[in-house]
Structures are given as structure tokens and as C-alpha cells.
Ligand binder design. Structure first.
Ligand SMILES: Cc1cc2nc3c(=O)[nH]c(=O)nc-3n(C[C@H](O)[C@H](O)[C@H](O)COP(=O)(O)O)c2cc1C
Length: 390
């Protein structure tokens, strides 16, 4: 049998600590520590535990050149569990799933460390709210008590010379818009969002304003946000909950035509689906529209192949989109949010994403603000909530 190592694999020495009552009874501290090496291979769903011999053999196996494995040999015995786990790939595999994913990963041009980071930082079934409660970091006061003092809120660079005061600019309408951008955690679940406002926020944030055709199959879109290489890899999937003239459901926004197309999926957009998407943060699940920022990584990696910066660039683009969405929503008199505490795998499944080439980086949302603040927002100047009270 001809085999080779999977394309990307990083080994992590991991300590898992578990509480066991028996350890306490035996006079221990109740904590049982397990130290082991894990192979992190981004084409696989989970880390694979490997022993020292397997690790050494993996290190000697080329990921590019096929190696003949002699049937019944000691090497073949060592290889068998690694083949089953998908860390080693056979040229003619009995089960082609791992091989197919490994092949796709090779074609997607990920930087190896970025591929590992992305694959193993995705959540499934995480309840971010319960985690905050359990770790006693739910409120600012709790955080200070549990975590101690953070680094200072404003940096002063040691050894820098005397500061020079800069003139303050007079406040204009752009400053007013910026000041009204406050992350919204209180949405009005009664009032539907008019179609025109829904469309306006999408157009301003995700729509293309022009295009430059270089050839038959090479087109650069111009948008209101910058994008590394002008490639605009991030797609907007919409969880439409409460918009006039749009049936609740999951849609894809087509940035060149300014159309929304329903996503063919078995997923049902109900409260449970949205809560799971935003890690059980009920304050965001009320939004009229949630926008899943889902990059097609392979579009950016088409140009920036195995590039050390490319994943970072795509992640930064999600920030540009988010800020533009905040401002577009604020300008329309709406509230907006972004969250990174999301269950990406739940969304990937629902949207039918190819998780080698595509993924989910964040969820944004927008809609009417509620009349009352029930969940805390950061509005120390009272720009939103004082105004609402008067
Ligand atoms: C990338 C990113 C992720 C965030 N994730 C969350 C989140 O998971 N939950 C949440 O309530 N707010 C989240 N926020 C919002 C911040 O808490 C908020 O920006 C911060 O408190 C400052 O408030 P402001 O946006 O009103 O100025 C996130 C913000 C950013 C930029």
C-alpha cells in the first residue's frame, strides 16, 4: 500500500486536568492530570492522541512523496490506527473521506498554522452565557473580583518624551453618527423592520458599487469596505427574523445583484437555532436580522497562497464589515452588534459550507432598539439611553 502523511499536522503536548473524587479519598488534591501528545490536523474534526512511536514515524513520513508500506510489517501495524484516524493517507483508500478532505486542504492554500488555528477554534454547543456565569465573569464587578486588575485602559509609553496636545476638532454630523454607535443588546421584538431599511443596511455594508472585469473569469468588485487584494472573500448569510415583506428564513446576500436568495437547507430558523448560533446570548437572538460573516477563504488564498498574513487579513475584513454595518444601521436609526462568541459548526452545517474552503468568523445583527434597556449596554455619555428617556 502506498501512503503519505496528511498535508498539515501540528503536534501539541496537552495536559488535561480532571476532578476525581477517588483521588481525594486517596489523600490527593482531587485533580488527575493526563499528559499526552495530540496531532492537530485541520482536515479532521478532532485532535488525535498519538504515542511517541507514532509521533516519530509521522515525522519521518513525507506529506508529498508516496511511501510503500509492506503488508504485515511492524511499520504497517504502526500505520493502521493512523490510517484509520486520517493522519496518514493511502493512495487508494478504503474509506475516501479523510483522503478527500486532505486533498481539498492541499488545494485551498492555507498557511499551515492558520489552518490549525481556524479548525480548532470553532465551537459547537457552547453556552457562552453559562460559561461566564460559572467563571464568575458575567458583570464588570465580578470580572474585577475574579480576574484582578486588567492592564491600564490607556497606554502611556515608558521613556517617551513630553506629550504634545492636539487640537480638538469641532463636532460634525459624522461625529454624531460615531457617537450613536453603541452595541445594541436590546431589540424591539414587536416592531417589524421595514424592507427599505433592511435593504439599505445590506447595500451599504455588503453591496458592490462597481466592478472591474479583467477577463472572462476574473472580476474585482468595488465595495464600501476595503479588502486584501480586492478579493472580498466574506459572504453575508442572513438569518431574517422580522422584516416586512421577507419571509423569516436563512438567505444569502448576492452582493453584485443586491438580491437575497433562500439557502437550501433542512435547518429551521427558530428561537433555538438562533440562540445556538450566538452561544445562547439571548440579547442578540432578538435582533430583526442576524448576519453570518462567512469567508470563502480559498478566494483570498488563491492569491496569497500559504501566506503568513492571509488568515489575519480575512479576519480584519470581518471587522471592517462589522464597523460599516454598525454605522449603516446607526445612520438608519437602528441598533447593531457583533459577536465572536458563536457556535460556528452549527452554522457551517446549516449553511452547508465546505469547511475546508469556507468558514464562519463572526455574527453581526441589526434592528429596532427596544424602548427599555434590560441588558446592559456601554453608553456612559447617555447618547442612546438618555435620549430615549426624554
Ligand atoms: C470582535 C468583537 C466581538 C464581540 N463579541 C461580543 C459578544 O460575544 N457578546 C457581546 O455581548 N458583545 C460583544 N462585542 C461587543 C463589545 O462588547 C462592545 O463593542 C464593547 O462592550 C464596547 O461597547 P460599544 O460597542 O457599545 O462601544 C464584541 C465586539 C467585537 C468588536
Amino acid at each position: 500500500m502506498q501512503v503519505r502523511r496528511c498535508a498539515v499536522l501540528v503536534l501539541e503536548p496537552r495536559e488535561t486536568i480532571e476532578f476525581r473524587f477517588e483521588s481525594l479519598l486517596q489523600g490527593g488534591d482531587g485533580l488527575v492530570r493526563d499528559l499526552a501528545w495530540y496531532a492537530l490536523a485541520p482536515h479532521l474534526d478532532a485532535p488525535v492522541r498519538v504515542d511517541g512511536r507514532a509521533q516519530a514515524w509521522l515525522g519521518s513520513l513525507s506529506p508529498s512523496r508516496w511511501h510503500a508500506l509492506e503488508e504485515g510489517s511492524a511499520e504497517a501495524m504502526l500505520a493502521a490506527p493512523l490510517l484509520a484516524a486520517g493522519l496518514v493517507i493511502a493512495q487508494d483508500p478504503a474509506d475516501p473521506v479523510h483522503a478527500a478532505r486532505d486533498a481539498r486542504l492541499r488545494q485551498a492554500h492555507w498557511h499551515p498554522l492558520a489552518a490549525v488555528l481556524h479548525a480548532f477554534s470553532r465551537w459547537d454547543g457552547v453556552d457562552a452565557v453559562r460559561n461566564m456565569k460559572e467563571s464568575e465573569t458575567e458583570t464588570a464587578v465580578q470580572m474585577r473580583r475574579t480576574l484582578g486588575a486588567p492592564p491600564a485602559e490607556c497606554a502611556r509609553i515608558e521613556g517617551s518624551g513630553p506629550p504634545q496636545q492636539l487640537p480638538r476638532s469641532p463636532s460634525g454630523c459624522f461625529d454624531d453618527l460615531l457617537a450613536r454607535r453603541v452595541t445594541c443588546r436590546n431589540f424591539d421584538t414587536w416592531q417589524p423592520l421595514p424592507l427599505a431599511l433592511f435593504a439599505q443596511v445590506l447595500q451599504r455594508t455588503f453591496g458592490s458599487t462597481a466592478q472591474q472585469r479583467v477577463g472572462e473569469d476574473l472580476v474585482f468588485l468595488k465595495k464600501n469596505v476595503p479588502s486584501g487584494g480586492g478579493l472580498h472573500p466574506i459572504e453575508a448569510y442572513l438569518l431574517v427574523q422580522h422584516v416586512e415583506g421577507v419571509a423569516p428564513g436563512i438567505y444569502h446576500y448576492q452582493s453584485d445583484s443586491h438580491q437575497i436568495a433562500p439557502v437550501g437547507t433542512d435547518a429551521v430558523l427558530d428561537r433555538g437555532f438562533v440562540m445556538e448560533a450566538v452561544g445562547q446570548q439571548h440579547w442578540f437572538a432578538d435582533a430583526h436580522v442576524l448576519v453570518v460573516l462567512a469567508p470563502r477563504f480559498n478566494r483570498t488564498f488563491w492569491k496569497y497562497r500559504q501566506h503568513a498574513k492571509s488568515y489575519r487579513v480575512v479576519a480584519m475584513e470581518a471587522g471592517h464589515l462589522s464597523q460599516t454595518l454598525y454605522l449603516a444601521a446607526t445612520d438608519a436609526g437602528l441598533g447593531a452588534f457583533i459577536t465572536g462568541a458563536i457556535n460556528e459548526k452549527h452554522l457551517e452545517r446549516a449553511l452547508g459550507l465546505d469547511t475546508i474552503a469556507e468558514g464562519v468568523l463572526a455574527v453581526c445583527g441589526f434592528g429596532w432598539r427596544a424602548a427599555q434597556m434590560t441588558t446592559t449596554e456601554l453608553d456612559p455619555a447617555g447618547v442612546i439611553w438618555q435620549a430615549a428617556a426624554t
